[in-house]
Design a protein around this ligand. Sequence first.
Ligand code: ARG
Length: 263
Amino acid sequence: MKKSLLKVIAPLAAASMLLAACGSDNSTGSDGEITKLVAGTEATFAPFEYMDKSGKIIGIDSEILDAIAEETGVDIEMKNVGWDPLFSQVQNNEIQLGASGITINDKRKETYDFTEPYYEATQVIVVKEGSDVKSLADLEGKKVSVQINTTGHEAAKKAFGETSTNISAFENLPVALLEVINNSTAAAIGDNAVVYEYLKNNPDSGLTVIEDDAFDKEYYGLMVKKGNKEVLDILNEGLDAIKENGKLNEIVEKYTGVTQELE
Ligand code: ARG
């Protein structure tokens, strides 16, 4: 009895070990090369990542990943995991990259590696039309909403103090903007292209944008766990190719109407 059970179990165990070695999501081929990657995102960030009516993630980042996949032959799946989870999941090797309009900065570079930049951005201020706020300095002492742990959040802390109780941080940017619409905060701070897209899609929001030179230039990159050179190389190879052949600019232009000139 014992023996025959073992006969059944042993091959099963061997087979499942083999499957595990290949990666639970079949991410490597028989000779160990990477065939599939999973990218985490927060998909309320049009035009970079958002959902169409069927729940499919679309946008600039999604098309960039598709184009990289096409260039490199590596399949890339995008998953809407949320903003904070995407960082921890990359860190824990649950997913291989973040693709979410992520700004390359020194703090993140301590834990993650980034591809070369693919988009230039900056922060902008969003207020109600008719607001007397005309600059970042005017927001001193007023309530500001941001998406939590973003560069907009960092910019607010830099301007008003690390522990300022006037800063309210939310799961995503649309919620931070709703706070302004509802008069719960005087302003929101967020990424320029995303704010402009929101205003375009919500023409009756009563919101308007203020640009301020006090905000730094930012560059978006795809993000991997620090030291994951194998995945980083694949992504950079694909990015290089689509910068070279004009596909990157084509994608950005399709969604923003603007031809960007990345250095
Ligand atoms: N660029 C900003 C940052 O890296 C915001 C990105 C937010 N992205 C998103 N999909 N919600 O902090």
